[in-house]
Design a protein around this ligand. Structure first.
Ligand code: MIG
Length: 630
């Protein structure tokens, strides 16, 4: 059963696609109050209550014991103490209740942080809808919720292939080196990503004629070789006379405003930039059409970045900071004023004051950005996906976004942003998967190997062995980090063994994915969903159930030759490596299993089988008809 409660005049986020009548607040099942323009509600948790949800967020599958904030943030360091990442996925499950707060501004979720037995949720505004979904089991609650938010995005089939990215492959030669490197090592590959260096001075939808002089034929050439090139699109538009996107946006009043109605100016990669007002349908249509510049050149996939939106500084606060610094010139700074000076610059990025100075023109009214902050990026990606669907139909163009809100799951995927080459981030990815699935995000994954910092060979191999199962399987790495392509390390045949397993599993993974999309189901479930009475399963956050057939349990520690795994029932332990398959029946309970660096572990339930095809160098070369059951 789903009940909708409404307060004030909610902004229409389009997260929910089913009409649900609202009822009075008397029946709202949680203690609540409205105070200082905030709506606050709370519930008491028993010692063993598990709280699920929040999609892309830090910490565990069980969200207890921390405070989270829905406030889309360009967060480059995913420490466990971070309260916000790039997305706002306002869905929680508590016992037999699912709670979805449809509200595009800040929400605080204090889940046993202030008091270990209490969850207190603070909605920072008084215009919102809350949906309460009742169900016997968490999976029933998820399915009922997913039904009202609509079917999840399905990307093109080739998007299930292995993908290589880096910030940045600066020119055609660099891209060729990647493709050749993979081909030479016999490691399958379907996509290569183009980051900021594709563009001419960070101008969206442009191609540097110096570094990619024959882009159209280059794209065609790669396509003929089975490789898709995937360019990045940033949210902000460079202010530059003569740059058509900027000129058109300015002339038509398509950019976000200051309070006085002039265009808001902020610094991002291109320097001073304007921010398209994605809240407006006409602006979305205009921005969506810009992608044509690249689809006309043969491009069929994109990733939308920096759309929280990331803001290095606003032009006005940078000026204020510079003036402040100029005033201090020549003075002997006391420590306090020195730190104030330092903070003045340090706090320029993603400053709440700057966000509060941005306005959107919605139906002729200026609406402050802070009121809709969490759906800005979602609307950028909606601009792109609406255009793709209209122009090319469904399942033709790959599109995924960094920032997202529930509802984005219908038209795009997401990636989990700037993680690091840390062992802990294998598990962070694993934990985000079921939470993202609960909120409808099926096409997702983390930067394999980690984005920030230097990866090691063993970390990359272990990360890949989890990535083999994530719908988006992309290795991506930051500027100034060591080479992270599989062929850059010694014994590349180990990498081939692992990536080939992905290709062997694609028929199974693709079918599981489609079914989850069509039936509003999860691909990855916490063990506690399937074995609610089993204490060890309830607490397990290093393994996941996958589909109806199996369980995954990646190795996540350095120098480990295997791991402890908990089997909640008898299963077959399968090790996949290249074309090799080894099987061993294991009984319910805890086992230590050996797993070499070139092996992918998988646990298949009794009476179930999984189809494997032969590996191939591209998804387009897979024979998905000839299958071997294991
Ligand atoms: O501020 O485009 O998360 O994947 O490589 C950094 C450069 C901007 C952040 C993205 C990352 C991408 C990077 N971008």
């Amino acid at each position: 059963m789903i009940t909708k409660y409404s307060m004030g005049q909610p902004y229409s986020t389009e997260a929910v696609v089913k009409d649900i009548p609202t009822v009075g607040w008397e029946s709202f099942p949680f203690a609540h109050k409205t105070e200082n323009e905030q709506f606050i509600f709370s519930f008491t948790m028993a010692g063993d209550d598990i709280i699920y949800g929040l999609g892309e967020a830090s910490r565990g599958i069980n969200k207890r014991g921390w405070i989270y904030q829905s406030y889309c943030t360009d967060e480059p360091t995913h420490l466990e103490t971070k309260e916000s990442l790039y997305a706002a996925h306002n869905f929680l499950i508590f016992r037999n209740h699912g709670i979805f707060i449809d509200f595009p501004a800040r929400i605080r979720w204090d889940i046993g942080f202030t008091r270990s037995d209490t969850t207190t949720i603070t909605v920072e505004g008084t215009d919102f809808d809350i949906y309460v979904i009742e169900g016997d089991k968490p999976i029933d609650i998820v399915r009922a919720f997913r039904k009202i938010i609509g079917q999840s995005y399905i990307p093109p089939f080739w998007a299930f292939g292995y993908q290589q990215s880096r910030w940045s492959y600066p020119d055609e030669a660099a891209v060729n080196r990647v493709v050749d490197g993979y081909d030479h090592a016999g490691i399958p590959l379907d996509c290569v990503y183009l980051d900021l260096d594709l563009m001419e001075r960070y101008k969206d939808f442009t191609v540097s004629s110096e570094r990619f002089p024959n882009f159209q034929s280059f794209v065609a050439d790669k396509r003929a070789h089975g490789i898709h090139l995937i360019p990045i699109i940033d949210a902000a538009i460079k202010q530059e006379d003569g740059y058509d996107v900027y000129e058109e946006g300015k002339a038509n009043g398509y950019f976000c405003k200051n309070a006085d109605g002039t265009d808001f100016e902020g610094g991002v990669w291109p320097g001073n930039s304007c921010f398209p007002d994605f809240m407006r349908r006409d602006v979305r249509e205009w921005f969506g059409t810009q992608y044509k510049k690249l689809t006309d050149l043969g491009i069929d996939g994109f990733w939308n970045d920096m759309n929280e939106p990331a803001l290095f500084y606003s032009v006005s606060s940078l000026q204020n900071a510079l003036n402040y610094a100029a005033d201090l010139r020549g003075q002997n700074l006391e420590l306090e004023s020195y730190f104030r000076l330092k903070d003045t610059f340090y706090k320029l990025s993603n400053s709440p004051d700057d966000y509060a100075s941005i306005y959107h023109n919605i139906d002729g009214r200026l609406i402050n950005h802070q009121r809709i902050h969490n759906i800005y990026g979602a609307n950028m990606t909606k601009a792109a996906s609406e255009y793709f669907e209209k122009e090319f139909g469904k399942e033709k163009i790959l599109i995924f976004s960094r920032s997202s809100y529930i509802g984005s799951h219908r038209t795009s995927g997401i990636w989990f942003g700037d993680n690091s080459s840390w062992w802990a981030h294998i598990l962070l990815c694993l934990k985000m998967l079921p939470s993202a699935n609960m909120c409808g995000f099926l096409y997702c994954g983390a930067d394999i190997g980690g984005f920030g910092d230097n990866v090691t060979r063993d970390l990359l191999l272990r990360f890949l062995a989890l990535g083999v199962f994530t719908p988006l399987m992309r290795n991506h790495s930051c500027l100034n980090t060591r080479d992270q392509e599989c062929f850059s390390f010694e014994n590349p045949e180990d990498f081939r063994d692992v990536v080939q397993v992905r290709y062997r599993l694609i028929p199974y993974l693709y079918k599981t994915f489609r079914k989850a999309s069509e039936e509003n189901d999860m691909i990855f479930r916490p063990l506690s969903f399937d074995y609610p009475e089993d204490t060890i399963a309830r607490e397990c956050e290093t393994q996941l159930m996958l589909g109806d057939e199996c369980m995954i349990a990646p190795v996540y520690e350095q120098n480990a030759g295997g791991r402890y795994v908990y089997l909640p029932e008898d299963m077959t332990f399968v090790k996949l490596s290249g074309e090799n398959v080894s099987k061993q029946p294991l009984s319910k309970g805890i086992h230590y299993v050996d797993i070499a660096l070139n092996e992918v572990p998988l646990f298949i339930k009794k009476g179930k089988t999984i189809p494997l095809c032969k590996p191939a160098m591209r998804t387009s070369l897979l024979d998905t008809e000839t299958l071997e059951e294991i």
